[in-house]
Design a protein around this ligand. Structure first.
Ligand code: GUN
Length: 290
């Protein structure tokens, strides 16, 4: 048997079309500012992708490119100006940041009402309290992939490998809110293979190429691969050894074409959610928010 492929590209295209339709019907253009400090090649590609997708959906997107030696004070001043700008509904500071800037200082400077990354303390707190507002884009994308693949989450044993603020921790909170029995594995976990074999939903967000091997995966398990790694000789790999997992798992996301496109699609949806909330309009069809 071969695993069912969960197509993130198709799902992201459908979500983007729906977001564009809702924006066109709203009578206004949400504004999104994406700040990139420095010229990290991967971050430059991501920011360009976010800008392009946002414009295509009808969002007034603005990329703010700051030099690598920008001081923390200068970045915070830029964020304060965007917080005060009525045309801006969403602010995202692309990570990682250069060493002279504390990422926490940047994230905490963003008005929680405009925090479309969902990383500010207010939004993290709401998420862990089970009352989410703006949800980090990658974990939100993973939940939408599971829903689209008709995966039953309530009561399922879910394993999240990785405890980052961007993915592992918020995803564990979302799975818990959806009534999964959640385990978070990390670099100190003993016998990761055994933890994986018990999982019915396995999400790999460890940042290690092909960490999860085929014989770690149960035959009924759904595998979501958040990792993306460029091989020295070209080609992309995830955190899961895809060729080994394919004959074993029940369903799996590919790399590329799985989680990646959903991250951007969820950023656009979050921008609309923030814009509607700032105009005091309920986000219709978004249960569990507010
Ligand atoms: N760097 C890699 N992924 C992300 C993300 O989702 N948000 C931000 N701000 N930076 C990132």
């Amino acid at each position: 048997m071969s695993a069912r492929i969960i197509d993130g590209r198709a799902l992201a295209a459908a979500l983007n079309a729906e977001t564009a339709r809702r924006i066109a019907a709203s009578g206004f253009r949400p504004g999104l500012a994406v700040i990139l400090v420095g010229d990290d090649p991967a971050s430059t590609v991501y920011v360009r992708g976010k800008d392009r997708a946002a414009r295509a959906a009808g969002i007034a997107a603005e990329s703010i490119l700051l030099p690598a030696d920008t001081s923390e004070a200068a970045l915070l001043a830029r964020i304060a100006a965007l917080n005060a700008d009525p045309m801006i509904d969403g602010i995202l500071v692309q990570l990682p940041l250069p060493p002279q800037i504390r990422p926490r200082a940047a994230i905490e400077a963003i008005d929680p009402a405009k925090d479309v990354d969902g990383l500010s303390p207010v939004n993290v707190g709401r998420l862990f309290a089970g009352r989410p507002f703006l949800i980090p884009c990658t974990p939100l994308g993973v939940m939408k992939l599971l829903a689209a693949a008709d995966v039953s989450i309530s009561g399922a044993r879910a394993l999240v490998i990785g405890r980052s603020s961007l993915v592992g921790r918020p995803l564990a909170a979302l799975l818990l809110t959806a009534d999964a029995t959640v385990t978070i594995a990390h670099s100190r976990t003993r016998d990761l293979a055994a933890e994986c074999r018990r999982a019915e939903i396995l999400v790999a967000a460890a940042g290690q190429p092909e960490l999860v091997r085929g014989d770690w995966i149960g035959s009924e398990s759904v595998v979501i691969d958040v990792g993306i790694h460029r091989l020295p000789g070209g080609g992309l790999r995830g955190d899961v050894a895809f060729a080994e997992a394919l004959p074993v798992a029940a369903a799996i996301t590919p790399v590329p074409g799985g989680v990646g496109p959903m991250t951007i699609a969820c950023l656009l949806e979050n921008t609309l959610t923030a814009a509607l909330a700032r105009r005091d309009q309920p986000a219709r069809g978004q249960p569990g928010r507010g």
